[in-house]
Design a protein around this ligand. Structure first.
Ligand code: AFP
Length: 309
């Protein structure tokens, strides 16, 4: 792939339908707006909270609200998108006047606690058929995330083409193809988890982390933002864990727009994602904001925690 291939060119060369290309174009435009806002938020008084509590029971940061508005506004322009599900919206948004080929499920800002301290955060998205919003994650058409770090990188996974990285060139405002198809290493050298909850974890989880830390000589890398920790694992291998604990017995992360898209990306790259007793991609959601434990990463290491059936 030529190094200056833009995201739209890549999708056209890949033969993706024009409606799907329009959807990804608007996702990438929303991401560019969020990236631009993040660069100046501290200068324009856009940090801090709105004072509102969302459906998750979490305090909404100004940038959470801004990013959600950018995704909604931009996706409303795509006639092929009939349904939107967002972490920041209590209910799904159905657009009856639209044709109804795609639903977009997204977490507009993942890692909000990193906003005021200028650390990596992300946006996560999942593309489904409208009738599959509450189907298992294996039915996803595509999934991806944008990591807002030293560079802004869009990672997009599609079944037929694998996982590809596109890096934003701010001088021309385009996401340019930079690598892919990406394969997740079979094993890694780090694991990410909030070990303050160790005492609440199940015995199998505690034993697995003990193995990672001991016999497997993994180091800890945990940033407070799933997207940044996942990006490390996708490139270098390893494991990220957010198991159930006393505060979140069913896990903290949301299935539809956090765990399932990352599980899809991991699967397309040769990795694997499980809850504590099932493959994430096989879980049938009961509600749009359902939570799940998430243990994701290098297949050989995940298989050791939960042998593939
Ligand atoms: P926020 O978006 O509320 O900061 O949560 C981020 C997150 O969902 C995920 O990105 C992190 O890995 C995890 O939660 C951090 O949770 P803890 O602060 O409980 O470790």
């Amino acid at each position: 792939m030529p190094p200056d291939t833009t995201l739209p060119e890549f999708l056209a060369l890949a033969g993706e339908p024009v409606e799907f290309r329009a959807l990804i174009r608007q996702v990438s435009f929303a991401a560019k707006r969020v990236a631009a806002e993040l660069r100046v938020a501290g200068l324009q008084g856009m940090l801090g909270s709105t004072g509102h509590i969302n459906v998750q029971g979490e305090t909404v940061q100004r940038l959470d609200q801004y990013a959600n508005e950018m995704f909604v506004q931009n996706l409303l322009r795509v006639p092929a998108v009939s349904d939107l599900v967002s972490e920041e919206m209590d209910e799904g948004l159905h657009l009856a006047r639209h044709k109804g080929e795609y639903a977009l499920l997204f977490d507009p800002i993942d890692g909000s606690s990193n906003l005021d301290v200028n650390l990596t955060i992300g946006s996560i998205f999942s593309v489904r058929r409208p009738g599959d919003v509450l189907a298992k994650g294996r039915c996803q058409i595509a999934a991806g995330y944008i990591a807002y770090g030293p560079a802004t990188v869009c990672v997009l996974a599609m079944r037929q083409h694998g996982v590809h990285f596109f890096t934003l060139d701010p001088s021309i405002g385009e996401f340019l193809w930079t690598r892919g198809p990406v394969t997740m290493p079979e094993r890694g050298g780090t694991y990410g988890a909030n070990e303050a909850h160790t005492e609440d974890w199940s015995e199998p989880v505690r034993g697995f982390v003990q193995w990672l830390r001991g016999e497997s000589h993994h180091s800890t890398r945990y940033s407070g933002a799933l997207v940044g920790d996942f990006q490390r694992i996708l490139v270098d291998g390893g494991v990220y864990l957010y198991p159930g604990d006393a505060t979140n017995p069913h896990g903290k992360l949301r299935l539809l727009y956090e765990a399932a898209p990352l599980a899809f990306i991991a699967d397309c790259a040769g990795g694997r994602a499980v809850s504590e007793d099932a493959d994430i991609l096989e879980i049938v959601p009961a509600a749009i904001h359902q939570r799940t434990p998430l243990i994701v990463g290098s297949r050989a290491e995940i298989d050791r925690f939960l042998p593939a059936r």
